[in-house]
Ligand binder design. Structure first.
Ligand SMILES: NC(=O)c1ccc[n+]([C@@H]2O[C@H](COP(=O)([O-])OP(=O)(O)OC[C@H]3O[C@@H](n4cnc5c(N)ncnc54)[C@H](O)[C@@H]3O)[C@@H](O)[C@H]2O)c1
Length: 346
């Protein structure tokens, strides 16, 4: 198939690009390459015969329309977004522009293109979203596809609005849309401002490891390659209009996760052990959600997807990747050095 992947230079997008190419698809990435992305992420694919790159902003309607009509995708995966909750608290407007206006711009062009192609039934617009749109959980229970929306951060609110627009384009205009709501991802190529790489990079540099509040905020962690696999399954077998909640099934408090990271770093660098001595509790994030967890029964039973990577293996692979790719993360970490020591959780 010919696939277009917006945000394909980012963390999850680039993982999806590699999986799609391995599966024999043609891939066009549409990405603005913001501060969150690196030119190096996809550099090794520049000579790949089935790979194209378009540097464009999803809020730029003429550019988006040109890209879609030029590359004529059979499916669009929409991942381009502003993604860091802390930045959304500091500067919410950009989240409205990219995540909401950008999504509507893309939906608009996708619809025009789909109608121009005589509305093929097997076209797909897969809108990639987050479990954060559902708000925060109490001590029990999990989010499902039926959970009510209750976003609590500007990031979550912008993703929630985008989800509603994507579904509205499905119901109102018939565009074959899927929405996916996934839990926290981790793995290679994640920007060092996010929790896990932030802690790995900070520990390697001997910096304090800031943990928001008591560190008991619980997240459901998924290795990024498993998320990419789930998205390809939604494309292959998902019913049009259907939503899929995607989770790792590994729920743990942030403090325990950081302790696990420190233990794995101790094994690799015993001379700097214990890395946990670098942990510092800092003032909690405003409006910090306490708990997210996903009930992934639907995607498991309908599409046969299960996460394959256990947390110890996933964390080990992630640490080893950051150890072996200093040239990738150092420029991103140094671009805003002041941002690193203060920021905590994902
Ligand atoms: N990371 C997670 O844990 C997670 C979990 C669930 C869902 N998601 C969703 O998955 C998607 C990808 O997340 P990620 O973690 O890979 O994000 P990321 O920040 O690593 O990548 C985002 C990408 O979007 C691009 N982008 C940003 N603004 C753009 C614009 N205006 N025009 C074109 N491109 C633009 C950036 O250059 C970057 O390549 C997002 O929609 C996010 O909401 C992420």
């Amino acid at each position: 198939m010919r696939l277009m992947i917006t945000g394909g230079a980012g963390f999850i997008g680039s993982t999806l690009v590699r999986l799609a190419l391995r599966q024999g698809h043609e891939v066009t990435v549409l990405d603005k390459v913001t501060y969150a992305a690196s030119d190096r992420t996809l550099a090794d694919l520049s000579e790949h015969g089935a790979f194209r790159f378009e540097r464009a902003d999803i809020t730029d309607a003429p550019a988006v329309e040109r890209c879609i009509f030029r590359h004529r995708p059979d499916a669009i995966f929409h991942l381009a977004a502003e993604t860091h909750v802390d930045r959304s608290i500091e500067a919410p407007r950009r989240f409205l522009d990219t995540n909401v206006t950008g999504t509507v711009t893309l939906l608009d062009s996708a619809l025009r293109y789909w109608e121009d192609c005589n509305r093929p039934r097997d076209f797909r617009f897969i809108h990639v979203s987050t479990d954060e749109v559902f708000g925060t959980l109490g001590p029990d229970g999990c989010f499902t596809e039926e959970s009510p929306y209750s976003p609590r951060s500007p990031y979550a609110a912008s993703k929630a609005a985008a989800d509603h627009f994507a579904r509205a384009w499905g119901v109102t205009y018939g565009l074959p849309v899927n929405v996916t709501n996934c839990s926290n991802n981790y793995g290679p190529f994640q920007h060092p401002e996010k929790l896990i790489p932030r802690m790995i990079v900070g520990a390697l540099l001997g910096q304090p490891l800031p943990i928001y509040g008591d560190g008991q905020q619980r997240r459901d962690w998924l290795f990024v390659e498993d998320h990419a696999d789930a998205l390809m399954r939604v494309l292959a077998r998902g019913a049009p209009g259907r939503t899929y909640a995607i989770g790792g099934g590994y729920e743990c408090p942030n403090l325990n996760l950081v302790t696990l990271l420190c233990e794995q770093l101790d094994e690799r660098y015993p001379e700097a052990a214990p890395h946990a001595r670098l942990i510092r509790h800092v003032a909690d994030r405003r409006g910090h959600d306490r708990r997210y967890a996903i009930d992934g029964s639907r995607i498991r039973t309908e599409l046969g997807w299960v996460p394959r990577t256990g947390i110890s293996e996933g964390i080990a692979r992630t640490i080893d990747w950051y150890l072996g790719n200093v040239d990738w993360w150092r420029p991103l970490a140094l671009r805003e050095p002041a941002a690193l020591p203060q920021r905590g959780a994902a």
